[in-house]
Design a protein around this ligand. Structure first.
Ligand SMILES: *[C@@H]1O[C@H](CO)[C@@H](O)[C@H](O)[C@H]1NC(C)=O
Ligand SMILES: *[C@@H]1O[C@H](CO)[C@@H](O)[C@H](O)[C@H]1NC(C)=O
Ligand SMILES: *[C@@H]1O[C@H](CO)[C@@H](O)[C@H](O)[C@H]1NC(C)=O
Ligand SMILES: *[C@@H]1O[C@H](CO)[C@@H](O)[C@H](O)[C@H]1NC(C)=O
Ligand SMILES: *[C@@H]1O[C@H](CO)[C@@H](O)[C@H](O)[C@H]1NC(C)=O
Ligand SMILES: *[C@@H]1O[C@H](CO)[C@@H](O)[C@H](O)[C@H]1NC(C)=O
Ligand SMILES: *[C@@H]1O[C@H](CO)[C@@H](O)[C@H](O)[C@H]1NC(C)=O
Ligand SMILES: *[C@@H]1O[C@H](CO)[C@@H](O)[C@H](O)[C@H]1NC(C)=O
Ligand SMILES: *[C@@H]1O[C@H](CO)[C@@H](O)[C@H](O)[C@H]1NC(C)=O
Ligand SMILES: *[C@@H]1O[C@H](CO)[C@@H](O)[C@H](O)[C@H]1NC(C)=O
Ligand SMILES: *[C@@H]1O[C@H](CO)[C@@H](O)[C@H](O)[C@H]1NC(C)=O
Length: 460
């Protein structure tokens, strides 16, 4: 490492120390409780001073109930869920209008949601809903500091005419709510005092509800099947600024503290949210909040060899395999490259030609052996042995006797040329032959062969 490298490292170190110092100021106290009942309390939310990012993220944990119950701020909205994706689920009461019931409380026919300046009601997740067969429901509230009001009407004449799972105005009606609603007042009443439908539907109900959390059933007409509260999703975010403005204005109060974190503008409201960078998980609002995800262990994305890196992972194939190694990709396959192909083909070619050659060799060998056998057989048949015997007895004669091969005879008679014929007999033709050394001889070529005459022929 050069001097430059050391200097650079020192600078980075210095930077890290400064960053840590800044962060320490905003970090929540380690003694902060992170649970209230079954709710996991995630920073920037907190239950006491020094535990939240700013007072709007206060969650009050009330121990006087059967089990500790979290409430939003200092109000009476119970918090059901918190998540880093900018959603906050609270429990709200259902407004009911039951004028024919003994002990009827008119105050129950309405329901307030207020003080939500920092957490508007999600217009994407919720629907204003009314249930009943003689029901008129209304909602009003504040949207961007202006008054907003709407409502819906639900009627039906018979219990059987309603359709389960459908809020089409028969027994149940639904309408959207506007974006950025920060308080709401829900009121439910009847058109005809339930006089015609009271037998099967003595009450009307109305509420804002998370659309996914409510599926209308005809049984709801009786008494909401005993349900008194429904979940509502609120949108939370940090401040009222965009990421860009927040970073430029005041880095000290900028909430995305983790080094491996990213900022994004809330898609539903003003303000921004933080997210751990891809490949990391945890709490992006804490300096050391985002931790590397060991993808090799958690999602097992690789086919064969997996290497976890900070913020990523790498899939490899062992030697002799090819592919990207990913289970959702091409995986790993045995390499069948061109050179290997060539070698294989060459190998096959060579062995094939060797086989052929061997075959030919064996064929020729057999053929030659058969030919020699045949020759030997014919030699014997034609009295060759007898001739050989006689010749060996003639060792004393002046002129040594010799058995000529067909080739020698052919050469001597110029391939039995007609011009060499010197006589034709009953059982053969006599040719004039010239042996090497210009010795002239007579050669008799027998026609066919009569075994009975073999002896005579040999003597000749
Ligand atoms: C807890 O709830 C009870 C009953 O609603 C209330 O009287 C009390 O003041 C609450 N405690 C706190 C700390 O909010
Ligand atoms: C809300 O929290 C409850 C338990 O506290 C859990 O069962 C439920 O799945 C959560 N809902 C969502 C949408 O996260
Ligand atoms: C509705 O019915 C209740 C009880 O029967 C009665 O007291 C009330 O006056 C009726 N209201 C109207 C508007 O008819
Ligand atoms: C309804 O609420 C008002 C104001 O809060 C109160 O004066 C009245 O007594 C309540 N009525 C009943 C029946 O509880
Ligand atoms: C909604 O209506 C109620 C009852 O009429 C009223 O008291 C309240 O002020 C209205 N709210 C808004 C925001 O207009
Ligand atoms: C609502 O309930 C009906 C029947 O009661 C069912 O067919 C439908 O799938 C349900 N829808 C949802 C979203 O759960
Ligand atoms: C709606 O579903 C409930 C059971 O979930 C059933 O008892 C009821 O009869 C159904 N109502 C209609 C109108 O189909
Ligand atoms: C954001 O804006 C709303 C409405 O203008 C205001 O009530 C709230 O206090 C602001 N929040 C912050 C953190 O500035
Ligand atoms: C930046 O934010 C911090 C903490 O919220 C605050 O103390 C400081 O005054 C702010 N600085 C400026 C220039 O706004
Ligand atoms: C936040 O990060 C997670 C994991 O990297 C990713 O799945 C999600 O889409 C991100 N959300 C946004 C809004 O960028
Ligand atoms: C496979 O999954 C990874 C994340 O696990 C993703 O980045 C990649 O795009 C996916 N590839 C295909 C071909 O689906």
């Amino acid at each position: 490492m050069g001097l430059r490298g050391i200097l650079l490292q020192q600078q980075v170190l210095l930077g890290a120390i400064i960053l840590a110092a800044i962060a320490a100021a905003a970090e929540p106290n380690p003694s902060c409780s992170t649970k209230c009942g079954s709710l996991q309390i995630l920073y920037p939310f907190g239950t006491s001073d020094g535990c939240y990012l700013d007072p709007s993220f206060l969650i009050t944990c009330n121990d006087t109930f059967e089990k500790p119950t979290p409430f939003l701020g200092t109000g009476n909205l119970e918090v059901l869920n918190l998540s880093f994706d900018g959603e906050l689920r609270v429990s709200t009461s259902i407004a009911r209008d039951c004028p024919n019931e003994p002990g009827y409380n008119e105050n129950n026919s309405n329901s307030w949601l207020s003080g939500l300046d920092n957490f508007p009601i999600s217009h994407k997740r919720n629907k204003f809903t009314a249930v009943g067969c003689d029901t008129l429901a209304m909602i009003n509230g504040t949207v961007a500091e202006k008054t907003y009001a709407t409502g819906c009407l639900s009627l039906c004449s018979r219990f059987e005419s309603v359709v389960n799972g459908s809020c089409n105005g028969i027994g149940c009606c639904q309408t959207s709510i506007p974006q950025g609603m920060t308080d709401s007042f829900v009121l439910v009443t009847s058109l005809a005092n339930y006089s015609a439908v009271g037998k099967f539907n003595p009450c009307g109900f109305s509420f804002i509800v998370e659309e996914k959390a409510f599926n209308f059933s005809s049984l709801d007409l009786i008494n909401m099947q005993g349900r008194e509260t429904v979940p509502v999703v609120l949108d939370w975010a940090v401040g009222n600024d965009t990421c860009k403005d927040a970073q430029e204005q005041n880095l000290t109060s900028y909430a995305c503290k983790a080094v491996q974190s990213e900022c994004y503008d809330s898609p539903n409201r003003r303000g921004y949210l933080c997210n751990c960078s891809s490949g990391y998980e945890g709490n992006p609002y804490l300096v050391d909040g985002c931790n590397d995800v060991n993808e090799c262990e958690t999602s097992k994305p690789c086919n064969m060899i997996c290497t976890n890196n900070l913020g990523s992972f790498k899939c490899d194939c062992p030697k002799g395999y090819e592919g990207d190694g990913m289970k959702n990709g091409t995986g790993c396959h045995l390499i069948v490259t061109n050179s290997r192909n060539l070698a294989l083909e060459l190998g096959i070619g060579i062995s094939l030609s060797l086989l052929l050659l061997g075959g030919f060799w064996i064929y020729w060998g057999l053929k030659r052996r058969n030919l020699n056998k045949l020759k030997e057989k014919l030699f014997q048949q034609n009295g060759g042995l007898m001739l050989q015997q006689q010749l060996s007895n003639h060792t004393g004669s002046i002129e040594p006797t010799k058995i000529f091969s067909i080739e020698e005879l052919k050469r001597a008679t110029n391939n039995y040329n007609e011009s060499r014929i010197i006589g034709q007999g009953g059982n053969g033709t006599v040719y004039k032959g010239v042996l090497p050394g210009n010795k002239v001889v007579a050669i008799k070529r027998s026609k066919g062969f009569d075994h009975s005459q073999a002896k005579q022929f040999i003597n000749e």
